[in-house]
Each structure stands twice: as structure tokens, then as C-alpha cells.
Ligand binder design. Structure first.
Ligand code: ZN
Length: 127
């Protein structure tokens, strides 16, 4: 059987820039003969996150500002402190009790995002 040694661009070694999988046909994601939808599970990705509280609001703000410098602080209509995270789709609000997550695959305009605590618990566990 002919072996084609393309490597797969879907997973590059960040240090060398070369494909981690040497043979495209061996790639666990890209099986060229699979034409039907199949089941995929998200790989675990480590994220840095913090619960935004009244007690740590200043520290969280400076942590966030270092990551994404257009983040700013304000108050909601109940005069509770909030952080505002501008994105191309509008401003995201991080309220007291929300988690603020450092984007694991950051792009220019998105380096942080807030997450409601119930969604956070369903999606993440402590590493
Ligand atoms: Zn691949």
C-alpha cells in the first residue's frame, strides 16, 4: 500500500512548526475515507480562570488588563462592580460571581471571556 507522507497540518508542534502526525492518513481527526458524520469528543484544554468577587475585583481587573488592555471596570444598574470585555460582537459583561477565563487560543480581539458559574461547573473541573 502506498504511503503518503504529507503529515497533517491540523496538529503542529509549536516548537518546530512541523506536523505532530507524520502521515496524514494516520491522523486521528482526518480520516479521508470517512465521509459520514461521526462522534468527536473535545480534548481537554487547560485554561486559567478566576472567580470574580467583590473581594478580589481589583486584582482580577489588573490580571485581566495585563492580558487584554481594552478591558475596563464599571458598575451595573444595581451598583455592583463589573468588568467589561469588548469583542467584535459587542461587550461581554463579567459580573460578581462569574468566572473570567483566559482564552486558551487567543486572537487579536479575544483574549478573555466571562462565563456564568453554572456553565463553568459543567464545562470545567479544577486541574
Ligand atoms: Zn489531521
Amino acid at each position: 500500500m502506498e504511503q503518503r507522507k504529507y503529515g497533517c497540518i491540523c496538529e503542529l508542534n509549536p516548537e518546530t512548526g512541523n506536523p505532530v502526525v507524520a502521515d496524514y492518513y494516520m491522523c486521528p481527526v482526518h480520516k479521508p475515507n470517512d465521509s459520514l458524520p461521526g462522534m468527536f469528543r473535545k480534548k481537554p484544554v487547560m485554561v486559567e480562570a478566576v472567580l470574580f468577587t467583590d473581594e478580589n475585583k481589583d486584582r482580577v481587573y489588573s490580571w485581566a488588563k495585563d492580558i487584554q488592555n481594552n478591558v475596563y471596570h464599571s458598575f451595573d444598574d444595581k451598583n455592583q462592580p463589573i468588568l467589561l470585555v469588548p469583542t467584535l460582537e459587542g461587550e461581554m459583561v463579567c459580573a460578581i460571581g462569574d468566572f473570567l477565563i483566559k482564552e486558551p487560543f487567543p486572537i487579536d480581539w479575544r483574549k478573555l471571556y466571562p462565563c456564568k458559574p453554572d456553565i463553568f461547573s459543567k464545562t470545567y473541573e479544577r486541574a
